[in-house]
Design a protein around this ligand. Structure first.
Ligand SMILES: Cc1ncc(COP(=O)(O)O)c(C=O)c1O
Length: 409
């Protein structure tokens, strides 16, 4: 298990704390290098969007913006965040629940591309765009009927709320003439998340291209773009076995050449971009045994870092040992035991790693959870139990930037 950047500034921060430590730490210099590496390898024909739902903090968006084609967003709030980070970077607006208010907001903000998830979304957008005197570009989001590779999360390829059933796409294509304000320029597929296997992902893209081409030909569509989604994974359990990005990009380039496609591809990745730039550190505030098992309680938990309980996995971590124990009473701890790392919430679901073997752990030590830069803070239910929010610390150019939010609720 590893962290890809220096933890020295975080350690300095820790030594300055008087209250139990609870913080997210993100390294923006590392993030900048990573996005450059990701984009340098990509074939020219691929427009790379960052899916900001993974981590939409301004320092992250501003760091990524110079190296990406655009931002993929799924709400009006995300549109505002993306525009705030870079008012010129193109935006692709997705999501199954786009209301009239959100679509109007997107039109007002001059959003460049809309991912359409239902016939009603076509109707709403067409009517609002007509009133605004705008013509807008749309992609039809497809919920595929073909088989998908294994991945941690499956958004489509089965009955879900996402996209338009592949079987209904021909009917929708046949109706496009009745939407004069909308220019359908292609298709959008985002079906799986956290795929670790580059070859199965390539096969999936090949199928997307074939299916999209079939519709392009049968309906005479002027296709400009095929969005192949995000879903490139991060291996949380074995950090040495990551998605083979360079291999994927080389093979994708070959696929593009062989298929001789006239349209561009788009990708919209979240996790693969920002997961490895962050970690979450939480102090052990109690250790005890219950029903013959050990439990460590942390200052923090799944209200701040929901990913482990959402995925029911043991999140990778390191122990940072702390010698200091100023109290007159005994310091609880364990030596060479299995222990469950829990948060401070009043629910047995607040578990970040279950029955993990630890050489030594004492109250006052810190647990540093790795690879928490994506879908960490941003998917968590922050105000449950009204605990103080963690500090969010951004390191760049030897400077620390703090985001402190009002947690008084
Ligand atoms: C439509 C859409 N695109 C892109 C993403 C980003 O996915 P990932 O972080 O797996 O790359 C998501 C994530 O839920 C999504 O819903």
């Amino acid at each position: 298990m590893s962290v890809a950047f220096s933890l020295h500034p975080l350690q300095e921060y820790i030594t300055q704390q008087t209250d139990p430590v609870c913080a997210y730490y993100y390294d923006l210099d590392y993030l900048s290098q990573r996005i450059q590496w990701i984009s340098e390898n990509l074939p020219d024909k691929v427009n790379f969007y960052y899916a900001i739902k993974a981590n939409s903090d301004q320092p992250v968006l501003e760091t990524l913006s110079p190296y990406i084609h655009g931002f993929e967003v799924a709400s009006l709030g995300e549109i505002h965040k993306a525009r705030q980070a870079d008012s010129h970077r193109p935006i692709a607006f997705g999501g199954p629940g786009k209301t009239r208010v959100e679509l109007q907001g997107a039109l007002d903000a001059g959003v460049e591309l809309y991912h359409i998830e239902s016939v009603l979304q076509l109707d709403r957008l067409n009517e609002l765009a007509a009133k605004a005197g705008q013509k807008v570009k749309v992609l039809l989001r497809v919920n595929p009927r073909f088989e998908l590779p294994d991945a941690t999360l499956q958004m489509a390829g089965k009955a879900t709320q996402f996209g338009i059933d592949q079987a209904q796409i021909p009917e929708v294509l046949a109706s496009l003439a009745s939407y004069p304000q909308l220019e359908c320029v292609g298709f959008h597929f985002h079906a799986i998340s956290n795929n670790l296997d580059a070859d199965s992902h390539l096969l999936l893209v090949k199928t997307y291209i074939e299916v999209a081409r079939g519709w392009q030909q049968s309906h005479g569509l002027n296709m400009e773009l095929l969005n192949i989604g995000g879903g490139i994974g991060i291996n949380y359990q074995d950090s040495d076995q990551q998605f083979a990005w360079q291999h994927y990009c080389q093979e994708l380039n070959k696929l593009i050449q062989e298929a001789d496609i006239a349209f561009s591809l788009a990708m919209e990745c979240g996790r693969f971009v920002s997961a490895t730039c962050g970690c979450y550190v939480a102090e052990v505030t109690d250790i005890k045994s219950n029903h013959d098992q050990y439990f460590a309680v942390l200052r923090g938990g799944n209200h701040q870092f929901r990913l482990p309980s959402s995925w029911q996995h043991n999140h990778p971590f390191q122990v940072i040992s702390v010698d200091h124990w100023p109290w007159s009473y005994p310091r609880p701890g364990i030596l060479g035991e299995k222990i469950t790392l829990c948060g401070e919430l009043c629910t047995p679901k607040d578990v970040l790693a279950s029955r993990v073997e630890i050489e030594q752990l004492n109250v006052g030590d810190l647990i540093l959870f790795e690879q928490t830069g994506a879908y960490g803070w941003h998917i968590s239910h922050h105000n449950f139990l009204s605990h103080a929010h963690p500090d969010r610390i951004y390191h760049s150019n030897s400077q620390l930037l703090f985001i402190k939010e009002d947690a008084s609720c």
